[in-house]
Design a protein around this ligand. Structure first.
Ligand code: 9MR
Length: 383
C-alpha cells in the first residue's frame, strides 16, 4: 500500500467537536486503520543548530518562548539560544501584559525577553497589538479607536529603537471561524469588528513606526476554506486601502489525522495568492497534534508528527516561505498540554494520555525528536 498520510488543518478551538458531530471520523474509520500501519519515512540525524541550517537557505527558524521558564531553566534558555534565529514571546507583548490598566504601560517581562534576544543574537517578533483574547478585563472588544491609538503608540513606541524587534502581528485572529460568527460575510470579521477599524489600526501602526514588518496573523487558513478566503479578502482590502502590510502570519496549529484529508492544493493556492499580492506568507505558530486515532505507541506518534512537519514544510518552502516559527520548542512547555486547551474530545481528562501530546521538535527532556530531524531535513532540501 502506498504511504499516505492525511492531516487536518486546525480550524479553531472548537472545530474538532464540530467535525465529530458531522460524523467525519466514523466515515473514514476504515482508512484510519489502513494508514496507521504505513511504512514510515526516515530523517537523518543532523546536529547542526536549526538556525544555521535555515540560514544556509536564507531562512529563519523560530520558536515561541515563555519568559516564566526562560529565566528559570538554563537548559531551556540554552536550547532556544542554540536553535533559534527568532523568537516570539508567548504572552509578554499581549495587551494584558503591556497595558494592564488604561494608559499604564509595563514592559518589564517583554524587555527581559528583548534583552535575552540581544545577548544571544536573536530577533524578536512582536505578538500582538490587537486580539480578542490576552486582553485586560477593562478592555472591550473591539477596542475604540482612541484605545487602539493609545495602545499602539505606547507599545510600538517603546520598541521603536529596538535592535532586535523587527516585525509585529498588528492584528491577530480577526477572522471568525464560520459564517455563523460574523456580521460581515465579505470579510468574515469577528462580530463588531469593521474593516475600517483594522485599516485604521494598520495606519496608526505605520504612523508610529513604519520601519518594522507588519503582519496580519490567523489560524485555520491552511487550506481552501471559508476562513482562508475571507482572510485573503481582508489582506486584499488592506492592500487596496493603501496601508502598509508586509506579511501574512499563518499560525498552523495543525491537527494531523488519518481521518481527514489535508488540503495541500488549497494550502498551496493560499500561499500563491499571498505571494501574488506581494504579502509574504510566514509560518508563525506551528505545532502538530495527532488525533483519531491516537497512535498506540510513542514511536508511532512521533513518526506521524515528524511526517506532518515534513509534508507541511515542503509545501511552505515550495512557495518560498522564509520564516518558520513553532509555538514553543519543547513538549515540556506547550499550550497543548494546558488543561484549558488540550483536546479533551480525543484525550479525555486523563493526564496519563498527555504524554501522547508531543507537538514540538524537542521532548520534555529537551532531547531532539524525529520532528526536529524532519524540520532540519525540510530546511536542507528547500531551494
Ligand atoms: O500559548 C499561549 C498561552 O500560554 C496563553 O495562555 C494564551 C492566551 O494568552 O495564548 C496562547 O497563545 C496563542 C497565541 O497567542 C495566538 N494563537 C493561539 C495560541 C495558542 O492558544
Amino acid at each position: 500500500m502506498p504511504y499516505r498520510r492525511k492531516f487536518l488543518t486546525r480550524a479553531g478551538y472548537t472545530t474538532l467537536s464540530a467535525l465529530l458531530t458531522m460524523g467525519f471520523l466514523q466515515k473514514d474509520k476504515q482508512k484510519q486503520n489502513e494508514n496507521t500501519d504505513s511504512i514510515a519515512a526516515t530523517y537523518p540525524n543532523i546536529n547542526t543548530p536549526l538556525r544555521q541550517i535555515a540560514a544556509a537557505k536564507r531562512k529563519r527558524y523560530g520558536a515561541a518562548v515563555d519568559g516564566e521558564f526562560l529565566f528559570k531553566e538554563k537548559d531551556y534558555a540554552d536550547l532556544i539560544a542554540r536553535e533559534c534565529s527568532i523568537v516570539t514571546p508567548n504572552g509578554e507583548l499581549k495587551w494584558n501584559a503591556t497595558e494592564p490598566q488604561p494608559g499604564k504601560f509595563t514592559f518589564e517581562s517583554a524587555d527581559a525577553i528583548a534583552n535575552f534576544c540581544q545577548e544571544n543574537n536573536l530577533e524578536l517578533h512582536g505578538h500582538t497589538l490587537f486580539w480578542h483574547m490576552g486582553k485586560p478585563d477593562w478592555l472591550p472588544y473591539p477596542p475604540t479607536l482612541e484605545m487602539i491609538e493609545r495602545h499602539v503608540t505606547g507599545v510600538m513606541g517603546h520598541y521603536r529603537n529596538s535592535p532586535v524587534l523587527k516585525s509585529w502581528d498588528i492584528a491577530n485572529e480577526i477572522i471568525a471561524d464560520s459564517e455563523n460568527d460574523t456580521d460581515n460575510p465579505t470579510y468574515g470579521l469577528r462580530r463588531g469588528v469593521k474593516p475600517e477599524l483594522i485599516r485604521d489600526l494598520f495606519q496608526i501602526a505605520a504612523d508610529v513606526d513604519n520601519t518594522k514588518k507588519f503582519y496580519l496573523n490567523d489560524y485555520g487558513i491552511e487550506g481552501a476554506t471559508w476562513k482562508s478566503s475571507r482572510f485573503l479578502k481582508m489582506i486584499e482590502y488592506l492592500k487596496n486601502s493603501g496601508v502598509k502590510i508586509d506579511g501574512a502570519g499563518i499560525q498552523a496549529h495543525l491537527w494531523f489525522s488519518t481521518a481527514y484529508g489535508f488540503d495541500a492544493t488549497g494550502f498551496s493556492s493560499v500561499l500563491k495568492r499571498l505571494n501574488d499580492m506581494g504579502v509574504k506568507p510566514v509560518i508563525t505558530e506551528l505545532d502538530i497534534i495527532i488525533d483519531s486515532p491516537v497512535p498506540d505507541t510513542i514511536p508511532k506518534l512521533d513518526q506521524m508528527v515528524a511526517d506532518g512537519y515534513k509534508r507541511f514544510l515542503d509545501i511552505c518552502f515550495a512557495a518560498k516561505v522564509d520564516t518558520v516559527t513553532t509555538w514553543g520548542i519543547t513538549d515540556r512547555h506547550t499550550w497543548i498540554r494546558h488543561p484549558d486547551w488540550m483536546p479533551k474530545k480525543t484525550y479525555g481528562d486523563n493526564p496519563n494520555l498527555w504524554k501522547f501530546l508531543r507537538p514540538l521538535p524537542f521532548d520534555e527532556n529537551l532531547k531532539p525528536k524525529l520532528a526536529r530531524n524532519a524540520i532540519a531535513q525540510a530546511f536542507r532540501q528547500a531551494t
